[in-house]
Write a protein that binds this ligand. Structure first.
Ligand code: PMP
Length: 357
């Protein structure tokens, strides 16, 4: 029999286990495990999606020109330095494929998003985990973890699953201190939730060793369509475009994303609601003896007294039809990550945790 052997590293990747969206025997399930927008996509995005149903026999645009122009307009960026991908997951994959191979190191933080490690291993590179301080990215630890083999440093800001954020000066200090040839990737999947934060865009214009990834899956409510994007120097964008499949995004996804980013009133409404109910939920849980760090994103990381308590609360919530995320795999075994829902959703969570307690 033929022996099929993957490249070393692949078998170190665990199969993805998350994503449950139903509970046996419960009809009104509240899914708060994937940081989705509780209000869904805007009507403008839905209309654009439906309109494209008439063109499904056509291949989509290869250069994503219209969507890149819309992104450039809204964020004040050069559209020629924007690349679109199948979720920001695909941009992360491209970065690892393009810049990290066998013998290279890819840095990610202790409580950092799982795709950094997976993509590094899939590219044949070595993922290097650095510790955080008080569940917040520690720039000194990252700088100490760098070697001449470091090719990529991934930071989510705000971070998932902690919800914490580091400031612009710290990011600039990190960019400045990286070894030659290393690229700092600022993952801004949750950047839109932070008032006045540009995800690092202005830093990119002065530091060509910085790159930013963004997504339509969170604030724009389009997780199911898989649209993300990246912004960086012309040189990095040109390299990434060489490995991007020509038809990586579907017609419907491109149209819906473009409409979604243009519906600024709806986006603003979702952002305001999130800020309001995030504060309410954090306070309600804290009063029940379940604290969390100040979150800047659309979820909170609820800290229980032990792993056992966190797991039994998770089980209890599930029986009530509420699905949240265990984050033991992120080295946070006593925590549950809870997406901020709408008002009814947040009240339902607080009520259920009170019953549990
Ligand atoms: N980065 C972070 C920090 C995330 O939490 C997520 C989604 N959970 C992603 C990237 C990927 O998002 P998407 O592929 O849906 O754009």
């Amino acid at each position: 029999m033929t022996q099929i052997t993957p490249q070393p590293g692949i078998m170190g990747i665990q199969l993805y286990q998350g994503g449950a969206s139903h509970v046996d025997g419960v009809s009104n399930v509240l899914k708060l495990s994937s940081n989705e927008n509780p209000f869904g996509p805007s009507n403008a995005a839905m209309e654009a999606y439906r309109r494209e149903a008439f063109h499904l026999h056509r291949y989509p645009s290869t250069d994503h020109k219209s969507l890149r122009a819309a992104i450039g307009d809204i964020h004040g960026l050069d559209p020629d330095r924007v690349i679109c991908g199948v979720g920001s997951d695909e941009i992360i994959t491209f970065l690892c494929q393009a810049f990290a191979g066998p013998g290279d190191e890819v840095i990610h933080t202790e409580h950092g998003f799982a795709m950094y490690r997976i993509s590094a291993l899939a590219a044949g590179a070595t993922p290097v985990e650095v510790l955080e301080r008080e569940r917040t990215t520690d720039v000194d630890a990252i700088l100490n973890g760098c070697t001449e083999k470091t090719k990529l440093v991934f930071i989510a800001n705000p971070n998932n699953p902690t919800g914490t954020m580091i400031g612009g000066n710290e990011i600039a200090r990190l960019a400045d201190g990286l070894p030659d040839g290393a690229l700092l990737v600022l993952d801004g999947a949750y950047a839109e939730y932070v008032d006045g934060y540009d995800g690092g865009a202005s830093l990119i214009d002065t530091c060509d060793n910085v790159f930013m990834t963004r997504t339509f899956s969170k604030l724009y409510g389009l997780g199911g369509l898989r649209v993300g994007w990246g912004y960086g120097s012309q040189q990095v964008i040109d390299i990434l475009n060489r490995i991007r499949g020509p038809f990586n995004l579907s017609i419907a996804a491109l149209a819906a994303a473009e409409a979604a980013i243009g519906d600024t009133d709806y986006v603003e409404k979702c952002r305001t609601e999130n800020t309001r109910w995030r504060a309410w939920l954090a306070e309600a849980l804290a009063e029940l003896g379940v604290p969390s760090d100040t979150s800047t994103a659309n979820f909170i990381l609820a800290r229980f007294s032990s792993r056992t308590e966190a797991n039994s609360c998770d089980e209890f919530l599930k029986k009530q039809g509420i699905i949240v995320r265990r984050v033991a795999g992120y080295n946070l075994p006593n925590c549950l990550r809870i997406t901020v829902g709408d008002e009814a959703g947040c009240r339902r969570v607080a009520h259920a945790v009170k019953q549990f307690k």
